[in-house]
Design a protein around this ligand. Structure first.
Ligand code: ZN
Ligand code: ZN
Length: 222
């Protein structure tokens, strides 16, 4: 099993887009406070999506409500925990609360060498067919942290590259994404078809489609 490290997890979350239901502005990805102001419990996540828009209706109208109900100066900001559909209102004592705790995506990206490699491989996809360069396609298909949409694109390029040396790399990889695995398996089958080849069921070597005996292991085809 691959354990996603902290940087990867933060980077992935920080790139998610969530809108505030009160003002439709994009929520900011922030470091969670150590304690939930309301009930003293932790948030169960080190990152939170928070609406930091000062013109947000929830934020601007709550000042008055707090003043009238409790007689002190406070307001609410909309907060969404990662992985949840619905957020909640979190009390804040000033308009500056959380403004300094936004996640620095650029800094996280610099920390993540893997992310840099993913972006390089993604950029290399544009010319990989012209350059007969299988490497970025294999890199993306076997990187379980890479963006699923980019991996899907790499999977489709297998047919344009027509390089059966991809098969060994892909057969040796355990895909966690079953959709991608199916796509890859389907494209390997198509690739073998257009290259007039087949995989020997006994030794897994690629041989000519019409061969009746495997030249590697002498397996006989009925
Ligand atoms: Zn808002
Ligand atoms: Zn064989």
């Amino acid at each position: 099993m691959i354990i996603e490290d902290r940087t990867e997890r933060c980077l992935r979350l920080a790139q998610e887009t969530h809108l505030c239901p009160h003002c439709r502005q994009k929520l900011s990805c922030c470091q969670a406070p150590a304690f939930h102001v309301g009930d003293g419990l932790g948030w169960g996540s080190e990152l939170l999506f928070i609406c930091l828009n000062d013109d947000c209706s929830l934020f601007s109208k709550s000042w008055q409500e707090f003043e009238e109900r409790y007689g002190h100066s406070a307001s609410c900001r909309y907060v969404l925990c990662p992985g949840e559909e619905k957020g909640e209102a979190m009390m804040v004592g000033s308009s500056d609360a959380f403004k300094g705790s936004e996640v620095d995506i650029e800094a996280l990206m610099r920390q993540s060498r893997r992310f840099t490699k993913e972006k390089e491989a993604e950029a290399a996809l544009d010319n990989c067919v012209a350059e007969k360069n299988l490497a970025p396609v294999i890199y993306l298909l076997t990187d379980e942290h890479a963006d699923p949409a980019v991996r899907k694109r790499a999977g489709d390029l297998l047919l344009d590259l027509k390089d059966i040396s991809c098969i060994d790399h892909l057969r040796n990889h355990n895909f966690r994404n079953t959709d991608l695995e199916q796509q890859v398996n389907m494209n390997i089958a198509k690739l073998l078809e257009i290259m007039f080849s087949k995989e020997c069921p006994a030794c897994s070597e690629i041989i000519k489609k019409q061969a009746s005996t495997c030249k590697h292991c002498r397996h006989n085809f009925p």
